[in-house]
Design a protein around this ligand. Structure first.
Ligand code: PLP
Length: 452
């Protein structure tokens, strides 16, 4: 067994980490995570950490679930791999496709499997364009998405996403992708109620459609709740208005459910919480609770009919589309969510409890606003809440707070000055209490630093 120092050294010498300043990490050294159970992690020095981020928004059923491990082992012994190209299929992929058609909203009867959320969103771009081609409207090329949205790291995924730092590297976005502003009331809603602002933010979509020309617009894509952007929960008026605008111009609506899917928002999918009826839905992460990579696109009736009946061959797919082991794990994961009634647990119990607990943070001098949706939450750190004033960005107050979280056995993520959480759906009220004690402690420590 190597020491932490030895792990860190080998890590820095050979492993280029995602979304990481390589040289900076080499200087500081990684935190080495060695084991996990339920909602807790342990590092190589034996410290116990409450994982309020479910890994990377994915470990919905929590760590250490034996039924997922057994499903993978059984499937690996039986048939570790076979592809789904060339008119072949495998029982786990077929069964998963069937089960997904049951747990997703009724318009979805078909699925296209991928290996990740990014590949799912690449598939969306090709599928949407293919759909309009088949219908004889190839000029419908433009996909509208949002600033600060996140849709993955492939060329198309990063282009759909609205992260300026990603666009700056690699000459993105690719052509025919355009972004409107996000529905972030704290930043953009001055002088408006949240509900008024929700309608205004949705009207930006209609303005953009009209400026491009509706006959050129193929689709709108968005996360029901922007996750990596900082858990931006939109006003209740936003999504119904987006749906109305898409319907008015016949534009396809795509819901990126990579984070919001599989119970995170207190319903099976975020679009159900937001009241929309998307034509396509991307998923990944929670489909296997991150135990093994798998993603995909649910294809609604409107598109499936055209693609199947008039499309001929769709020249697209991945070696691991419908990977039997990944599908077997997904089946075990979804069955566990059903058996343990985890969606109901979030909707009726821990979701409302988290909302109440987060609201109570508003009495803290550092907290400008709190938001939750199911088991996602954000705490905005501000310099002066009465004056609606943010901290200077060079203070990096979010990173300071994140450092205190690490030091106190809590994983929370910092997105600018928004501290965010998305704990495993199995979390209990008592564990939320334990998390809140840590969050308050870290806010106090951050406040003390900010006042220095
Ligand atoms: N879409 C959303 C909303 C995401 O949050 C992510 C990943 O965080 C992706 C897509 C990309 O998924 P992956 O990292 O599996 O490619």
């Amino acid at each position: 067994q190597r020491s932490t120092r030895e792990w860190q050294q080998a890590d820095a010498e050979h492993f280029l980490h995602p979304f990481t300043d390589f040289a900076g990490l080499a200087k500081k050294g990684s935190r080495i995570i060695t084991k996990a159970d339920n909602i807790y992690l342990w590092d190589s020095d034996g410290h116990k950490i409450l994982d309020a981020m479910s890994g990377l928004w994915c470990v919905n059923v929590g760590y250490g679930q034996a039924s997922l491990v057994d499903a993978a082992t059984r499937q690996m012994k039986e048939l570790p791999f076979y592809n789904a190209f060339f008119q072949t299929s495998t029982p786990p992929a077929i069964e998963l496709a069937e089960l997904l058609s049951k747990v997703t909203p009724p318009q979805f009867k078909h699925v296209f499997f991928t290996g990740s959320g990014s590949e799912g969103n690449d598939t969306v771009v090709r599928m949407v364009r293919r759909y309009w081609d088949i219908l004889g409207q190839p000029e419908r090329q433009v996909i509208i998405s949002r600033h600060n949205g996140y849709h993955g790291s492939t060329m198309a995924g990063a282009s759909l996403g609205g992260m300026s730092g990603m666009h700056a590297q690699g000459g993105l976005p690719i052509p025919n992708i355009t972004h409107i502003d996000q529905p972030y009331w704290w930043e953009n809603g001055a002088g408006m109620s949240r509900d008024e602002f929700g309608k205004v933010a949705a009207s930006w979509l209609e303005e953009r459609i009209l400026s491009i020309g509706p006959e050129k617009v193929a689709a709108f894509i968005g996360e029901p709740v922007q996750g990596a952007g900082g858990v931006i929960v939109p006003p209740a008026t936003y999504w119904p208005e987006i749906q109305r605008i898409c319907d008015k111009y016949g534009i396809l609506l795509v819901s990126d459910e990579v984070i919001c899917g599989f119970g995170r928002t207190g319903q099976w999918f975020g679009c159900e919480t937001m009241g929309t009826k998307p034509d396509l839905m991307t998923f990944a992460k929670g489909v296997t609770s991150g135990y093994i990579p798998l993603g995909g696109v649910m294809v609604g009736e409107r598109m499936a009919k055209v693609l199947i009946e008039q499309g001929g061959e769709f020249n697209h797919g991945f070696t691991y589309s419908g990977h039997p082991v990944a599908c077997a794990v997904a089946l075990a994961n979804i069955r566990l969510i059903q058996q343990q009634k985890l969606v109901e647990h979030v909707h009726d119990d821990v979701g409302p409890y988290l909302a109440q607990q987060f609201a109570s943070l508003n009495d803290h001098p550092l907290v400008g606003e709190t938001q939750t949706c199911g088991l996602m939450g954000a705490v905005l750190l501000v310099k002066d809440k009465a004056k609606h004033q943010a901290f200077p960005s060079d203070l990096e107050v979010g990173m300071v707070c994140r450092g205190h979280c690490f030091g106190n056995g809590l994983i929370m993520r910092a997105v600018g000055d928004r501290m965010i959480i998305a704990p495993p759906l199995v979390i209990t009220r008592a564990q939320i209490d334990e998390m809140m004690v840590l969050i308050r402690r870290c806010l106090d420590l951050t406040l003390a630093d900010a006042q220095k």
